[in-house]
Write a protein that binds this ligand. Structure first.
Ligand SMILES: *[C@@H]1O[C@H](CO)[C@@H](O)[C@H](O)[C@H]1NC(C)=O
Ligand SMILES: *[C@@H]1O[C@H](CO)[C@@H](O)[C@H](O)[C@H]1NC(C)=O
Ligand SMILES: *[C@@H]1O[C@H](CO)[C@@H](O)[C@H](O)[C@H]1NC(C)=O
Ligand SMILES: *[C@@H]1O[C@H](CO)[C@@H](O)[C@H](O)[C@H]1NC(C)=O
Ligand SMILES: *[C@@H]1O[C@H](CO)[C@@H](O)[C@H](O)[C@H]1NC(C)=O
Ligand SMILES: *[C@@H]1O[C@H](CO)[C@@H](O)[C@H](O)[C@H]1NC(C)=O
Ligand SMILES: *[C@@H]1O[C@H](CO)[C@@H](O)[C@H](O)[C@H]1NC(C)=O
Length: 442
């Protein structure tokens, strides 16, 4: 008896020690039927990110479920669940349902405020939600056979539904298998994370390219991927902060970036004024440093110079016509209204003498109605374009590997002339324009 007493005395101590370990081990997960209430949080394993309830600023008492950088002081919210449906009280409750759906309820009204959609037909056997150090909240099945760690084998993830912030390691683009298309959308104001006017997304009509729109009107075209960068972003070059690439295969097309040194925090953000900025955390000033913004100049405005116009920021006025073209409406051009663009000086007639003129150092035109092939050579590309009277221009698709073919079939819109990091395009011209009239008889 006497020997057992101290042992019994120790049991509650051991028990609470044990349960505190289990608690901290599970602190980045939400199990089925577990509830996270306002005031409670879960934290990623290395404590990079935290999930819980917050108000965006002190100007509002609205409560949102979100994910934020745990160790940074300001501007830390990376993702918001109930963007459009704030909770008025601190009465939010997040639970994971047995079918793998995360449900956010307002307990005062007992209404569902937000839930993670489940577009895939994947059925959950034994789901669990986990917050990763990348800032991704994932719902996965614990019973994945053979303990497979395929990162694509998930039920739902917050990375597929970004708000105004695009984090390193997440994919911006499209996944056909999962039916995911990412769309980065600005907040209305810094007090209000509901959808603002601006969005940045990849467009898949023709060769994929990236647009920035305001209320569905295109403002800026970052352009198509050329193997090295997006054609409209000459400053997107290898650097000491982050690596980047666009990955394309039958299943998915996406842009992704990663910091070169894991201790550097870098993110992309679309602010409420429609600026897509890269922000890097500065430990010394304890604030975000604006690493790059797309050049704010007239030439970034979509189609400023109209069809067959070319924009060059170092020129005044910035708009001109491509060689062989002349303003469609000189009166409008004279008062700096360039939108009607330029027409050919010598019309095309589909004659045998037609050929191509090379224009160098440009931002390739809008690819919305383009055709492409990743394997053709530039020579094959020229022949294909030449043989189709309605083909207006061609270029190499991938300038890194010097391969692939891109063809345009209509007016060429949103061309810029760049000092650096432009590329070549070959535009169809009438025989007389090229002075090749006689040569076609040989
Ligand atoms: C979760 O709750 C539901 C409804 O109360 C119950 O049927 C189910 O067994 C619970 N599942 C787990 C894993 O606790
Ligand atoms: C907030 O909660 C209190 C009780 O805690 C309740 O009386 C009040 O109606 C709630 N307000 C809203 C807007 O839900
Ligand atoms: C992106 O979201 C905005 C805001 O909701 C919407 O207007 C736009 O159509 C969306 N774009 C795409 C490609 O889904
Ligand atoms: C990453 O940055 C930290 C802090 O500046 C530095 O101590 C570390 O050596 C760097 N690591 C690499 C691999 O460059
Ligand atoms: C910045 O500070 C954090 C937290 O102290 C540290 O983990 C990180 O390595 C630092 N980063 C750099 C680049 O010095
Ligand atoms: C293009 O080339 C790649 C690799 O060289 C090959 O896998 C693919 O089948 C080719 N596609 C076509 C349409 O020929
Ligand atoms: C271009 O013309 C070819 C026939 O030469 C036709 O098959 C094709 O559909 C046309 N393409 C466009 C985009 O008009």
């Amino acid at each position: 008896m006497e020997t057992q007493t101290p042992f019994l005395f120790l049991i509650p101590v051991l028990f609470s020690f044990y349960s505190s370990i289990t608690y901290s081990m599970a602190a980045n997960t939400i199990a089925v039927n577990q509830t996270i209430r306002d005031g409670q949080t879960i934290v990623s394993p290395q404590e990079s990110f935290e999930l819980g309830f917050f108000s965006p600023t002190t100007a509002t008492r609205n409560r949102y479920l979100g994910i934020w950088y745990k160790r940074l002081a300001t501007g830390t919210v990376a993702w918001v669940a109930n963007r459009e449906t704030p909770i008025a009280n601190e009465s939010g409750e997040l639970t994971l349902r047995p079918d793998g759906v995360l449900v956010l309820r307002d307990s005062t009204t007992n209404t569902i405020v937000w839930s993670s959609l489940n577009p895939s037909t994947k059925t959950a056997q034994n789901p669990i939600a986990q917050l990763l150090d990348s800032g991704n909240l994932m719902v996965v099945d614990r019973d994945r056979e053979g303990g497979n760690d395929d990162p694509e084998d998930y039920i739902w993830q917050s990375f597929d539904h970004p708000g105004n912030t695009f984090l390193s390691g997440s994919k911006f683009g499209r996944n056909l298998e999962k039916g995911v298309v990412t769309n980065i959308t600005s907040w209305k104001t810094e007090d209000d994370p509901s959808q603002g006017e601006y969005s940045v997304y990849m467009d898949f009509n023709g060769f994929p390219q990236i647009y920035l729109s305001k209320s569905d009107v295109i403002q800026m075209r970052l352009g198509s991927w050329n193997g090295l960068r997006y054609t409209g972003m000459p400053s997107l070059t290898p650097n000491s902060i982050f690596t980047f690439e666009q990955v394309s295969n039958e299943r998915e097309i996406y842009y992704i970036f990663e910091p070169i040194n894991r201790s550097v925090t870098t993110k992309l953000m679309l602010d409420s004024e429609g600026n897509m900025v890269r922000l890097n955390w500065n430990n010394r000033t304890q604030g975000w440093f604006e690493f790059s913004t797309p050049a704010i100049d007239n030439c970034v405005r979509y189609a400023l110079c109209g069809p067959h116009g070319s924009c060059a920021i170092e020129q005044s006025p910035p708009c001109g016509c491509l060689k062989g073209f002349t303003p469609k409406n000189q009166g409008e051009w004279d008062v700096s209204d360039w939108v009607s663009g330029c027409r050919r000086e010598i019309p095309l007639d589909c004659g045998v003498g037609e050929g191509f003129r090379k224009y160098s150092s440009v931002k390739l035109p809008d690819t919305r109605n383009s055709w492409f092939d990743r394997n053709m050579t530039l020579d094959e590309c020229r022949v294909k374009c030449k043989n189709e009277c309605n083909c207006s221009a061609y270029s190499t698709l991938d300038i890194k590997d010097d391969i692939g073919c891109l063809l345009w079939y209509d007016e060429l819109i949103d061309i810029n002339s760049f000092r650096n990091n432009g590329q070549d395009i070959y535009i169809r011209m009438a025989a007389a324009e090229l002075g090749t009239f006689s040569s076609c008889f040989f």
